[in-house]
Design a protein around this ligand. Structure first.
Ligand code: FUL
Length: 690
C-alpha cells in the first residue's frame, strides 16, 4: 500500500496549540533572576529598596546569553520586575527603576540589552513581570491593574518577539507600598482580572506562551526543586484554577482525562536561592546534579527552566558557568551515539503496512513531524531491536508525536537475558520525550512494548545509549558524636577543606571523619586529576555544607510541645526527622517555641533553620524571633527577628547572622506564623553559628 492511500491517525483527546507545540520543542531554557535582591541578599525584596544600590559594575547580558547558548539552552526569561517592584527597564509608569539607579548613570535598559543579546546569540527572549508589587502605592487597589497592564504593554511592544510570559503566583501580603508599610490582602481569583490580561498578551504577542499555576499554556509543576512527576499527563482540567490559586498536589501528575492541554514547566535554580548570594557560591549544582535534573524534567516530558542568577558584578559566576557547560558536555556525550541506528528495528504493527510512511525508520529520521504508527484500534505494540552482538545499554530515550495527543499510558523496555525477556525500565506516560537511566544491561535483543494506549501509539523518536555515568556529588554529613564524614562513590577519592576555600589538588585528601566542635564550612571535591580515567565524566563533583556548633552537649531546655510522634529532640540530629507541634487534638496557635541549652556559654553569631523537606510543607515557619539568654529564664529582647521569603515553594536551609554576636548559654527560636497559614509549626533542624 502506498502512503497516499493510508490515512494518518486521527488526533486523540486534548491537543497542543501550535504555540504549545513549538514550546514543547524548546525543551530547555534559562531564567535570569536579577534585581535589588542581588545587592541586599534577600529573596523577596520588601519594596523599600533604594534604586541607588543597583549598580552592577561589569553588567554583561551578552555573557549570560552566550553562556545559555553554549549550555544548550533555547532562550532566556528575565525577571523584568520581581516582587520588590524595581523595574529593569526605564518604565514610563514608575520612578522605581534602573532610570533612578547609578547603573549607566540611569540611562541603562537591561530588558533591551538582554533582548538584543538573546537575538544576537540566536536565543528566544521571555519576560517575568511579578503581579505582586511590594513597592507600588496602589497595589491591591483597582488602579494597580492598569499599571500592571501598562507595564506589560511596554514589555510586549518595545523589545521584539517574546516567546514566554511568566506569571508568578506569589502574593505574600505585607510590603512597603509607597510607605504605607502594611499587609495588603487581595483575592487572587478576582483581583487581577486575568482573562483581560491574558487577552492583552494574545493581542500583543500572539505567538507567546503564558506560564502560571494554571496556564493558559503551561502549568507550574508544583515544586522548585526541579522534579516532574514520573507519570506526567499534559492533560488537565483548568476550570477553577488561576495564577496564585492554592497549590494542588495534582500539578505534577496532571489529569489523565483532563480536557485541556496544559503541560508542566519545571522551574529550578542552579543555586539554593533564586537570587545570587555570596554564601551560596559553594553550593552551585554540580554537572552530575544538573544531568539528574534534566532526566527528571525533560526526561519526563516537561520543559526545564533553569535559573542562572547574575552576581553583583552583573555576570553569571564562574562556578555556575563551568558547571552548566560541563553538564552540556555530559549530555552531548551521553546521547552522541544512538545504538539503535546500528540495530535492525522491527515493529509488531505498521499502519496500513506502509513502511515508508509509518515504519520504524521514522523513529530515526530526526524529523519531529514523522512517526512510527500502528493501525487504528491497535493499542498494544512492540518495537523489536536486534543487534548483531550483545550490546551494553544504560539509557533509553523515546517520544510521542504529541501533535496527535498524548496517547501512551503504559510502556516497558525489556532485554532478552538467558532466553527470557526481563524488564529494564517501565513507566506509564511518555509524552514529547521520555528518558530513563538504568544500570548497564548487556543483551543482543531488546524490545520496547507499549502495553496500553488511548489510541494507536505514534512514536516520533527512539534511542538506546551507553555512556559513562557522571560522578555523583560527595555527601557530607555529621554523626551524633559531632564528627563530619564525607562519602564518595566507591573507588574515588575526595579533597577536603574546612576554611571555606575551593578544594584543589593542594587540599588534603579525605581520610577520616573530621572533628568540628565549633562547626564550620566543609567543602569536598572529587577532582578529575585524582581519579581513574573512564570513571570520570563531566568535570568536578563537589559539595559544601556549613555546620553550626556541634550538638554533643545540647539539651532541649524548653518547648511548647514535647510529645510524640515528633518530639523536639529531633532537631538535634542531622537528618530529616522533625519537631512538630500537635496537628490534631490539643492544637495551639502560634507563637510556638523551642529553647536549647548549649551546655556552656558562647558568643552566638547566628543560626540556621532547616525546614521540613518531605512532601508535606505544613507548618513550615515563615515569621520568627530568635533569642539568646544567659540563664534560660530571662530572655530580653529578640537578638533577631524576621521572615523567611519564598520558603514554601523553595524549602532550603535559611541562615541568619545576628547584627552582632550575643553571649549566652541558651537560645530560643520562636515561630510567629507558618507560611501555609497553619496554626502549628514544624522544623527539621536548628544550627547555632559561632
Ligand atoms: C516564586 C517567586 O516567589 C520566587 O522568588 C521566584 O521568582 C520563583 C521563580 O517563583 O514563586
Amino acid at each position: 500500500m502506498s502512503s497516499a492511500s493510508v490515512y494518518p491517525p486521527a488526533p486523540f483527546g486534548a491537543l497542543p496549540t501550535p504555540r504549545q507545540l513549538a514550546w514543547h520543542r524548546l525543551e530547555y531554557y534559562g531564567f535570569i533572576h536579577f534585581t535589588t535582591n542581588t545587592f541586599t541578599g534577600r529573596e523577596w525584596g520588601f519594596g523599600d529598596e533604594s534604586p541607588a544600590i543597583f549598580n552592577p559594575a561589569a553588567c554583561d547580558p551578552r555573557q549570560w546569553a552566550r553562556l545559555a547558548r553554549e549550555g544548550g539552552m533555547q532562550g532566556l526569561i528575565l525577571t523584568c520586575k520581581h516582587h520588590d517592584g524595581f523595574c529593569l527597564w526605564p518604565s514610563q509608569y514608575t520612578e522605581h527603576s534602573v532610570a533612578a539607579s547609578p547603573w549607566k548613570n540611569g540611562r541603562g535598559d537591561l530588558v533591551r540589552e538582554l533582548s538584543e543579546a538573546c537575538a544576537a546569540e540566536g536565543l528566544k527572549f521571555g519576560v517575568y513581570l511579578s503581579p505582586w508589587d511590594r513597592n507600588h502605592p496602589l497595589y491591591a487597589h483597582p488602579e494597580y491593574i492598569t499599571y500592571y497592564r501598562n507595564q506589560l504593554r511596554e514589555l510586549l511592544t518595545q523589545y521584539g518577539p517574546v516567546f514566554e510570559v511568566w506569571f508568578d503566583g506569589a502574593n505574600g501580603g505585607d510590603g512597603w507600598y509607597g510607605g504605607a508599610n502594611e499587609k495588603r490582602q487581595i483575592d487572587n481569583a478576582t483581583y487581577y482580572d486575568w482573562p483581560a490580561t491574558k487577552a492583552l498578551v494574545r493581542e500583543l504577542q500572539p505567538d507567546a506562551v503564558m506560564f502560571s499555576d494554571a496556564g493558559p499554556d503551561m502549568r507550574w509543576v508544583g515544586n522548585e526543586h526541579g522534579e516532574a512527576a514520573a507519570t506526567t499527563w499534559y492533560t488537565f482540567n483548568m476550570a477553577g484554577r488561576y495564577p496564585g490559586c492554592p497549590v494542588h498536589d495534582d500539578l505534577g501528575c496532571g489529569h489523565e482525562d483532563g480536557t485541556d492541554w496544559l503541560p508542566p514547566e519545571v522551574d529550578v535554580s542552579i543555586r539554593p536561592g533564586w537570587f545570587w548570594h555570596e554564601l551560596e557560591n559553594g553550593r552551585v549544582r554540580s554537572p552530575a546534579n544538573l544531568m539528574k535534573l534534566w532526566l527528571q524534567s525533560v526526561g519526563r516530558g516537561a520543559n526545564l527552566l533553569l535559573n542562572l542568577p547574575p552576581d553583583r558584578r552583573g555576570v553569571v559566576h564562574e562556578t555556575d558557568a563551568a558547571n552548566l557547560l560541563a553538564f552540556k558536555k555530559i549530555r552531548d556525550l551521553t546521547f552522541s551515539r544512538n545504538l539503535a541506528e546500528s540495530a535492525v528495528l522491527e515493529a509488531s504493527d505498521v499502519r496500513g503496512g506502509d513502511l515508508a510512511a509509518y515504519g520504524p525508520a521514522r523513529l530515526l529520521d530526526g524529523d519531529p513531524e514523522t512517526y512510527w504508527a500502528a493501525d487504528d484500534g491497535v493499542c498494544q505494540v512492540e518495537l523489536r531491536v536486534a543487534f548483531s552482538a550483545p550490546q551494553a545499554v544504560n539509557y533509553l530515550l523515546f517520544g510521542e508525536a504529541i501533535q496527535l495527543g498524548q496517547r501512551i499510558r503504559g510502556w516497558v523496555l525489556e532485554a532478552e537475558l538467558g532466553g527470557d525477556w526481563q524488564a529494564v525500565a517501565r513507566g506509564i506516560t511518555a509524552g514529547y520525550k521520555r528518558a530513563e537511566r538504568f544500570n548497564t544491561v548487556t543483551a543482543a535483543r531488546w524490545r520496547l512494548r507499549v502495553t496500553a494506549a488511548k489510541a494507536c501509539p505514534c512514536l516520533r523518536e527512539f534511542g538506546l545509549f551507553h555512556a559513562p555515568l557522571p560522578v555523583d556529588d560527595p555527601v557530607i554529613a555529621r554523626d551524633a558524636a559531632g564528627r563530619v564524614a564525607v562519602t564518595v562513590p566507591a573507588g574515588l577519592v575526595a579533597r577536603v577543606t574546612t576554611d571555606g576555600s575551593v578544594p584543589g589538588p593542594a587540599a588534603p585528601r579525605y581520610a577520616a571523619p573530621l572533628d568540628l566542635p565549633a562547626g564550620g564550612t566543609v567543602r569536598a571535591a572529587i577532582l578529575p586529576e585524582d581519579n581513574p580515567e573512564g570513571l570520570f565524566l563531566g568535570g568536578t563533583a563537589a559539595a559544601q555544607r556549613r555546620f553550626g556548633l556541634a550538638k554533643t552537649g545540647w539539651r532541649i531546655h524548653d518547648c511548647d510541645s514535647f510529645g510524640p510522634p515528633c518530639p523536639p529532640e529531633n532537631i538535634l540530629a542531622d537528618n530529616d526527622a522533625i519537631w512538630h507541634t500537635p496537628w490534631e487534638g490539643g492544637i495551639t496557635a502560634h507563637p510556638h517555641w523551642i529553647a536549647v541549652d548549649l551546655g556552656r556559654e558562647i558568643a552566638v553569631a547566628g543560626f540556621a533553620y532547616r525546614p521540613r523537606v518531605e512532601d508535606l510543607s505544613h507548618g513550615t515557619i515563615d515569621r520568627w524571633e530568635f533569642y539568646v539568654s544567659a540563664d534560660g529564664v530571662a530572655w530580653g529582647a529578640p537578638a533577631a527577628a524576621g521572615r523567611f521569603d519564598n520558603i514554601l515553594a523553595n524549602p532550603v536551609e535559611q541562615t541568619v547572622r545576628l547584627p552582632q554576636p550575643v553571649r549566652g548559654r541558651y537560645v530560643k527560636f520562636v515561630s510567629l506564623s507558618a507560611a501555609d497559614g497553619k496554626p502549628y509549626c514544624a522544623m527539621a533542624g536548628l544550627e547555632v553559628l559561632v
